[in-house]
Design a protein around this ligand. Sequence first.
Ligand code: HEC
Length: 433
Amino acid sequence: MFLASLLFLAAAPSYQTDIQPLLQKHCTGCHQPASKAAGLDLSTHADATKGGRLGAAWIAGQPEDSIVVQYLVAAKQPRMPLGRPSLSEPEINLFREWIRAGAKDDTAAVAEVNKPTVYLQPPVINSLRFSPDGKHLAVSGNREILIHALDDKTPPLRLQGKAERILSLAYSKDGKLLIAGGGTPARFGEVQVWDPIAGKMLRNATLTSDTVFGASLAPDSSRIAVGAADNTVHVFDTASAKELYKIGNHEDWVLSTIFGVDSKRFVSISRDRSAKINDAASGAFLENANQLKTELYAVARHPAKDIIVIGGEDRYPYVYLLDRARSMKIADDSTLVRRIERQDGPITALDWSADAKLIAIGGGSPTVTLYDAETGKLAARCSGHSAGIYTVAFSPDSKTLATGGFDGKVRLYSTRDGSLIREFIPVPLAGAK
Ligand code: HEC
């Protein structure tokens, strides 16, 4: 009782900062739009309030009568989370206190008081992408995406979200949507859909209990694919941010995805060494694009053809056709177009230029390399970074390559000879003028 009254004096728990993270960590694996155990979706406040088989998950003001508490304390069986250790007493008490205080959804209020991130040092750059008109560069930051205008010195537009890490970015062809994938480590993964011009988040979806990787957008913008550390691939409807299906045919982390030219197929690549071709409408597995050789980290596609370049641990970039000329035989590698020369480190970033002529490769080595996509010959080296590379992106006119990684600086290179055009820290640093 003493503890309960002490808790009562403290501010009531918050849905966004206390309750939702617990639901995401322990419950939404089974209670979410794509798989609603007992008809119950716990992924949003509204869906949980609507409830499932037995009605609303909680009744404001009445913790002991709320089924979520009853299932957590095993007053109703089977105890939740099903088949896993029960939540701790303090965690269950957070549910009790929050329900007692009215079970309010404070998501919007918390977002409003969220202050922009303050940076004491440049954060690692996980992803960057040019807008389709070439005028802007979207760069990942901490809890935000920064949109830099490339032709003037106006401060970047800052798109602030909930996920601590943004790991992948993709623009729609018309530049009206910006997709981000990421999340907060060991808490939740998130897919965000932004209007990058207005700087407004249009929709988002949370999934799994860890950050998600390699979000990609179909060329027709209909779908978003994303990989996860629980070996799954999730596909979302872009217009609603509803999950359409998830695939579980990989045996290790799925680190990157890319759609085919006609948006009807997509490739998911994994540390399990496979590049799997999947049907985008149903998620059905079609076949492996590659012969399994190495843990795969990155993928990029030819701008106009269903040809991909993949790379990973063994440092070789492999160029593969998604379609084979003849039917497959065991251990057939007939779709391999080319193996490019071995790089100085594992490959973590790839891009293919819009004019189809160049492939950019980044990874463990601080030097980014450019290869002639037709011949596989080295075209240029881009040096200047002091540590590993996590992302490379060609400008829409193919004349510039943007790169970023561990050292926290964006660098822009001329693709003609690999010369450095400009470098900058993409975030405002505390104490700097
Ligand atoms: C591994 C899957 C799984 C996880 C994880 C899980 N649940 Fe469940 N949940 C179920 C299944 C299955 C049922 C139906 C159980 C039955 O009655 O047979 C259920 C039923 C429920 C019900 C009853 C809903 C109704 O209307 O009948 C509640 C409430 C509930 N879960 C809450 C939670 C909470 C809260 C968590 C996280 C702390 C959680 N669950 C985690 C699978 C899961």
